[in-house]
Design a binder for this molecule. Structure first.
Ligand SMILES: *Cc1c(COP(=O)(O)O)cnc(C)c1O
Length: 385
């Protein structure tokens, strides 16, 4: 689908908007304007109001559309703005099949806001196609996937679910935040809409909150455009520029962080005081084969169980290199505690059923030297045995 005959790494730098055509400037100009002058009322300017279209945001939207191989891209104020705007394609009475370990914020949107709008949801284990098939109802309109899932990194077979969904006329949506188009391009597997929290790997520096969506077809793009403009969930010009700045180094960052993550996962696996390690690159990961079919890498996130909630909290307080924080996908490593952070709102029983135990930590590997990160974690783990 790509319109430019270069490989992905090259297209990250040469995406069509990298040189300002008016001045030759080496980055996209920031058009910090809300509105645009009509020099001739009979020939209105291309952009007339920044909610409906802004030249800086447009470059970013074209950039992500090209990277994902879709017809049109859209930029939003956050990942949740992209996700909530996309769900507005659906209507009261519609039923949607959703992966059970969907991002916590998406779970909240569906179960506390969109349910009030009359939408119905069934949460299923998407690693099992049979469960997806069984969830089909006469009013089912869409399937919502996320792979690898968060924080236990379960793998959904995007191609198999999409082929089944196509047979039933269902819209398919994938949250591609963890892999990014560098490793996984769902539109090439037939998916209709790809979503991102660009706050994570695409932005990559923990300094911008943003969301992106890419539509496979022009007709879906037209609908998303109407929603983005109608809801006003747009990304500002400054943040659009910052995001593009981050995206240029996506390939270099992903490759380097992934090497570290693989080393960290192997090291954790070799320790007798770690109860479980979740990383799609591990030989015993149950979804590894499917993951390798649809992805060209394993990513930079490793989750592991240190045995108890008490020990997890000790480790969090004892590490000195990673940020102890919500979020992931940045130049600095981030260590998160799902039980008290991203999944705090989930009832304990459901949380434990989904493998999000009290001892589970999630490590997003950044660009530090991996041996320093491992050394730091080793010291923190040895505080409490
Ligand atoms: C962070 C995240 C979101 C939400 O994005 P925001 O930018 O925080 O609104 C959605 N999906 C996944 C997988 C995420 O990690």
């Amino acid at each position: 689908m790509s319109r430019v005959p270069y490989r992905f790494e090259t297209r990250l730098l040469h995406f069509g908007g990298e040189i300002d055509s008016a001045t030759g400037a080496s980055s996209v100009p920031i058009y910090q304007a809300s509105t645009f002058h009509h020099e001739d009322i009979f020939h209105p300017p291309v952009h007339d109001y920044s909610r409906s279209g802004n030249p800086t945001r447009q470059k970013l939207e074209d950039y992500i559309a090209q990277l994902e191989g879709g017809a049109q891209g859209f930029a939003y104020a956050s990942g949740m703005a992209a996700i909530s705007s996309t769900f507005m394609l659906l209507s009261a009475g519609d039923h949607i099949i959703v992966t059970e370990d969907v991002y916590g914020g998406t779970y909240r949107l569906l179960t506390s806001i969109l349910n009030r709008m009359g939408m119905e949801f069934t949460f299923v284990d998407m690693t099992d196609l049979e469960q997806v098939k069984e969830a089909l109802q006469p009013n089912t309109k869409a399937v919502y996937m996320e792979t690898p899932s968060n924080p236990t990194l379960k793998i959904t077979d995007i191609g198999a679910i999409t082929a089944w969904a196509l047979d039933h006329g269902l819209l398919t949506i994938v949250d591609n935040t963890f892999m990014t188009p560098y490793y996984q391009r769902p539109i090439e597997l037939g998916v209709d809409i790809v979503l991102h929290s660009a706050t994570k790997f695409l932005g990559g520096h923990s300094d911008v909150l943003a969301g992106l969506a890419v539509a496979r077809t022009e007709s879906l793009g037209t609908k998303l455009k109407q929603l983005q403009n109608g809801l006003g969930t747009v990304l500002g010009a400054q943040d659009s520029w910052l995001l593009m700045r981050g995206m240029k180094t996506l390939g270099a960052r992903m490759t380097y962080s992934e090497q570290g993550a693989a080393k960290l996962a192997a090291w954790l696996t070799g320790r007798s005081d770690i109860e479980a390690v979740y990383y799609p690159g591990l030989l015993d990961h149950p979804g590894r084969e499917i993951h390798e079919k649809q992805c060209s890498g394993y990513g930079a996130v490793v989750s592991f169980d240190v045995g108890s909630g008490e020990r997890a909290k000790q480790v969090l307080n004892a590490v000195s290199l990673p940020l102890v924080a919500v979020s992931l996908g940045a130049v600095e490593s981030i260590l998160s505690y799902p039980a008290m952070m991203s999944h705090a709102a989930m009832g304990e029983k459901v949380r434990h059923e989904r493998g999000i135990t009290d001892g589970l930590l999630r490590f997003s590997v950044g660009l530090e030297d991996i041996d320093d990160l491992i050394g730091d974690l080793a010291r923190a783990l040895d505080v409490y045995k």
